[in-house]
Design a protein around this ligand. Structure first.
Ligand SMILES: [Zn+2]
Length: 67
């Protein structure tokens, strides 16, 4: 199921929403209740590489086991 990130134009908060494919989902900002949200990108497609970067670089030799 694709996960999309939306930014609220009212308060600026970024929130992730799951979309079921209808294309008519009405997203509401959990912070301020605003409905004017801008779609940023799909985190499903992006692969979350940014959040993993810190953990990978913490391995000094690059050969550390993943788990
Ligand atoms: Zn908001």
């Amino acid at each position: 199921m694709p996960l999309y990130e939306y930014k609220c134009k009212k308060c600026g908060r970024t929130t992730e929403f799951l979309e079921r494919g209808s294309g008519r989902d009405r997203h509401v900002c959990p912070e301020c209740g605003g409905t004017d949200l801008q779609k940023l990108f799909s985190t499903f497609a992006a692969g979350r590489s940014d959040s993993k970067a810190g953990g990978v670089s913490s391995c000094p030799t690059g050969t550390c086991p993943l788990s």
